[in-house]
Every structure is written in C-alpha cells, then in structure tokens.
Design a protein around this ligand. Structure first.
Ligand SMILES: [Zn+2]
Length: 439
C-alpha cells in the first residue's frame, strides 16, 4: 500500500499560515463548511450511537480493508504534517488548512481519490479532536500525551456523513460509497435522526455504528419506561466507586464486580502468552492473535453490558447522583492496582452514567475527592491517623459512628454535592456545620 500523502511536498505548496485562515476557507464549496467546525448542533439535542453487526461479502471486505488503510495513512501523514508545519512555521496547522491540502492531494493520489471526500475530512477532524484534547491537557497541567501515529491494525473505523457517501436503506442495509449495500443484523430499532454512519472493524467482526440525534427526553421515554420525567422528585444519592465493590451508594447498597471478570482475566493472560510463544509472521501466530482479539472483544462487551445495567439501575432510582471526580491515572499509580482499576473501568462507567442521566433528566455531579474516605459522614471530623486501605470499617472516635468504609465515603460524596458546607475548623477538623456533633 503506497503512502497516501507526501507530507513535506504539500506543506511547502500551501500558502503561509499566518493571517490567511479566512482565505483558505473561501475555497470551499458550501457543503464542506459543516466539516470545518463552524456549524454545530444545538446543545439541547442529545445524541446516541447504535451499533450493529454487519456481514460484508469477500469483495466488500477487501474494499473496506483498503479504505481503512487509506484512512490510516491519511491520519498518519496529517499528523506528520502538523509536526513539520509547527517546526517550520511556529504556528499550528489547523483543520481547515488540512482540508485544503486534502483537496489538492485527492487530485493526484488515486487511493485518496477512491475514498469519499467527506469521510476523509472526518478522519482529519478526528486528528483535530485529538489535538484539541492534547492542548486542553497541556493547559490543565495533566500528562499531555501527544497524538500518536496509528500502526497497522490500529485504525479501525471510517466515518461518513448521511447523504454524502452513505445511507441506511429501506430494506435495512448499510450503504457505503464504493463498498455497496451491506447486510445488517438489526437486533434493535434505531431511534432519532441519523447523522453519521461508521463501519468499524472489531476483534469479533465488522460493525456499523449509527450516530443519531434525539430530542432530550425522547430516549428516556423509550428506554426507561418506569422513570418519572420529573426526576427531581426522586432522592439524591452519592456513589463511591471502588475495587472491592464496584460501587457502594449512600444508602448502603453494594454492587459487586461480576464474577466472570477474574476468570476472563486469567483466560486473557493465557491467550496473550500463547501469542507471545508463536513465531512472528507464522500462520499459528495469526490464529492465536485472532483468538485473542475475539476474546478481548467478548470481555469488553461483557464489561460494557455490566456498566449499562448498573448505570440504568441508578438512573431509575435516583434524581440526583454525585460521584467523585476521579483522576483514574493518579489512583492507579498511587495504589499500584493497575489491573483491577483497569478492570473496573470507572471512567467508562461514569461516561455511560452521565449519558443515561442526561436523557432521563437526572442530575449527575462530580465532587472533589479530598477527604471523602477520611472524614466522618456524621460529624465531619477527620481521624487522627489516616485510614489505610486495609481498614474496611469506619469508626469515629468523636461521635462514635461505625459504618462500612465505602458506605461512609458514599454519604460524604452525596453531602459534598448537596448538603455542604463542609469546612475545616480551627483544630484542623473537617466540620459539617449543617449537623450538630453527637458526643
Ligand atoms: Zn463522627
């Protein structure tokens, strides 16, 4: 597969970046403007993704694989362009400028010309988003993590805009330009207005992902028939995400991680070892790699299912949900429990929870995790000696409260979000002024 773009050549053929942004945009035909980040959907519209298995023919498969490679090269070369441009011009190369380069390149590169133009712009947008995230992380002082080049097999999907190279046909097929109609397994109906379609290669096969726009309350009516839309009447809750229990809420309910997690981890390790043993480039290695990919996908699906069920359960019962703002990376490092933390996948769970809550009119609030495990949820004082992870039961010497450690933390999290003020008094105790300490 030849490279899609020759980075150096194009960068030099482009006009100087400074002060010329508007001019570059000028060259665009009208329909392209929506890809330049100027037209965005209104904030009140909720979006939802639907994923289905697809069954491409052999011929379609080879075209899709070729398109994935073209897009991977496009992504990598665009990343290289940004680096080179920045070194030469000392200004960042932006998305609009890269679209302009792309238009020129499509005239001379047969692989890019074969791919749908709008889908190529979406791949550039994807790179742009990872740069935006990178700049945001730099600004907020997190570990920056410069966007990386995608190796073979690391670029797994191509996105199209509805009405431009893709279509959901009346007989339930996914149409992609140059690929044709692909059979879909429609295991559930689609809701809302389809905005984009993506084909995606995963460990266990190919999928199509529809991204749809929904009016905010509609999905609640569809998915959560038992939930009152007037959700503020439901009680508020705090949740403590942990390793021993997946979560404990402020009412003392515990959600344990599913039992199959451990078994699955052992099997994953076994499969990884099996891949490592096989000779590079051999047929047996290929088989092992496929087995590993398929099983990894299976485990990921199970985890996602568990997250969805746990989140739905919370959204059904509560009107306000408070959680700790997690610096997952920090926690993993400090406790050296990397594997378990990865297992629990808190970040993913919280994003699912937020998404579900949003469409059901439930409020989700993140609070500062400082002292949530250490402070007494009844009187607000801090223990003289810091609680270690081993101590499972919280005992307050000040007011005599005895409570499960995680339950205590969950109540603190809820209180931090809604029943504050918590403050540090002169002796250094953390006091909750809304209650009187019981001595
Ligand atoms: Zn106390």
């Amino acid at each position: 597969m030849p490279t899609a773009l020759d980075a150096g050549g194009i960068a030099s053929s482009l006009p100087k970046a400074s002060g010329r942004r508007w001019k570059i945009l000028d060259y665009f035909p009208f329909h392209s403007f929506r890809f330049c980040g100027h037209k965005h959907s209104i904030a009140t519209v909720a979006s939802k993704a639907y994923k289905y298995r697809i069954y491409p023919t052999k011929n379609q498969l080879s075209i899709m694989l070729q398109l994935l490679e073209t897009h991977r090269h496009l992504y990598n070369n665009a990343l290289a362009q940004r680096k080179e441009w920045h070194e030469a011009e000392k200004t960042p190369l932006n998305f609009a400028q890269q679209c302009k380069i792309l238009t020129q390149e499509r005239k001379i590169n047969p692989f890019l010309a074969f791919a749908n133009a709008a889908s190529c712009q979406r791949t550039l947008k994807r790179l742009d988003r990872s740069f935006q995230a990178f700049f945001r992380r730099v600004k907020s002082g997190e570990a920056p993590g410069y966007p990386r080049f995608k190796g073979r097999g690391q670029f797994d999907s191509v996105e199209y805009t509805i009405g431009d190279g893709c279509k959901f046909t009346l007989d339930n097929k996914a149409y992609f330009q140059k690929v044709g109609n692909i059979k879909i397994k429609m295991h559930r109906p689609i809701e809302g207005k389809i905005k984009t379609m993506r084909f995606k290669k995963e460990g266990d096969g190919w999928h199509v992902v529809f991204s749809c726009e929904l009016p905010p309350m509609r999905s609640a009516g569809h998915e959560l028939p038992d939930v009152e839309i007037e959700a503020t009447k439901l009680p508020s809750v705090g949740i403590d995400l942990g390793l021993k229990s997946f979560l404990v809420d402020s009412e003392g309910n515990e959600v344990k991680p599913p039992k199959h997690y451990r078994k699955a981890q052992a099997k994953l390790r076994r499969l990884q070892r099996s891949v490592a043993r096989k000779k590079r480039g051999g047929a047996n290695r290929k088989k092992s790699v496929n087995r590993l990919a398929k099983f990894s996908q299976h485990v990921a699906n199970q985890r996602k299912d568990f997250h969805h069920k746990s989140a739905l359960d919370l959204v059904k019962r509560f009107g306000k949900i408070a959680h700790e703002n997690l610096n997952v990376k920090g926690i993993v490092r400090s406790l050296n429990l990397a594997k378990s933390a990865h297992d629990a996948g808190w970040g993913k769970f919280l994003s699912i929870l937020k998404h579900k809550a949003e469409s059901a009119g439930v409020e989700v609030v993140g609070v500062d995790p400082q002292n949530t495990t250490q402070a007494c949820s009844n009187c607000g004082c801090l223990p003289v000696e810091k609680l270690t992870l081993k101590v499972r039961v919280y005992k307050c010497l000040h007011c005599g409260l005895i409570l499960d450690r995680d339950h205590n933390a969950a109540i603190n999290i809820r209180n931090k979000a809604w029943i504050e003020p918590l403050g540090v008094n002169q002796e250094g105790y953390l006091m909750d002024f809304s209650r009187s300490p019981q001595l």
